[in-house]
Ligand binder design. Structure first.
Ligand code: FES
Length: 213
């Protein structure tokens, strides 16, 4: 049973569910469960791309939903994920065209994205060879030698990479992770950090409406 002012939503076909405070939008609830819903207008309610199908618990349509969706669709439980807010126990199906990431293991489309990913930023993990006795050993040269075979063009690097290298090596780990923007070496990190590679995307809001000016 739901706690006061909390309602459970179950997403299909991802099979993920959780309770959220009343009024949480479907888009926000999905996001908190690791499901990204296509939202061209970033949730402003102006693009109509975030359509979902309620099998249970469809909230009353908002003005934005009435503008984008036909009466028949509304009657069948179709809503905009960025506008529809939780009002009770709900079961919500995410159509294939609406889902972007995080569809879930029981979904035949799991692991596939509508977009092919080709990020500029990437991480390469490598191990530095130990210096041999009597050999001149330049750490930066060793770093570049380790990662250059995996980069198409000659690697460039900035002063902070050189500056931070001695402190990094004092941590005692022989393995490092290089952070690259195409061929530019941005940073070196201690150990294997390939699992932590994040970016920020900025979507600009549409220009304000002139109505009422
Ligand atoms: S994200 Fe554009 S209408 Fe919902």
């Amino acid at each position: 049973m739901s706690k006061a002012n909390q309602h459970r939503i179950h997403f299909l076909p991802a099979g993920r569910s959780a309770e959220f405070p009343e009024g949480t939008t479907i888009r926000e609830a999905a996001l908190q469960l690791g499901i990204v819903i296509e939202s061209t207008c970033a949730g402003m309610g102006t693009c109509g791309t975030c359509q979902v199908n309620f099998r249970q618990g469809a909230p009353s349509p908002t003005p934005a939903e009435r503008e984008f969706l036909r009466e028949t669709a509304l009657n069948q439980g179709v809503r905009l994920a960025c506008q529809a807010a939780l009002q009770g126990e709900s079961i919500c199906e995410l159509p294939r065209d609406t889902r972007v990431f995080g569809t879930g293991a029981d979904d035949p489309a799991a692991g596939r994205s509508r977009y092919s990913l080709d990020p500029d930023l990437r991480k390469l993990h490598f191990e530095l060879p130990l210096p041999r006795s009597g050999e001149k050993y330049f750490y930066l040269e060793q770093v570049l030698a380790a990662i250059q075979p995996q980069v198409d063009e000659k690697i460039e690097y900035d002063f902070p990479v050189i500056r931070d290298l001695p402190a990094l090596l004092r941590s005692g780990r022989p393995d490092l992770t290089a952070v690259l923007d195409r061929r530019r070496l941005l940073a070196l990190e201690s150990g294997d950090t390939r699992g932590n590679c994040y970016g920020i995307a900025w979507i600009s809001a549409p220009p304000p409406s002139r109505r009422g000016c």
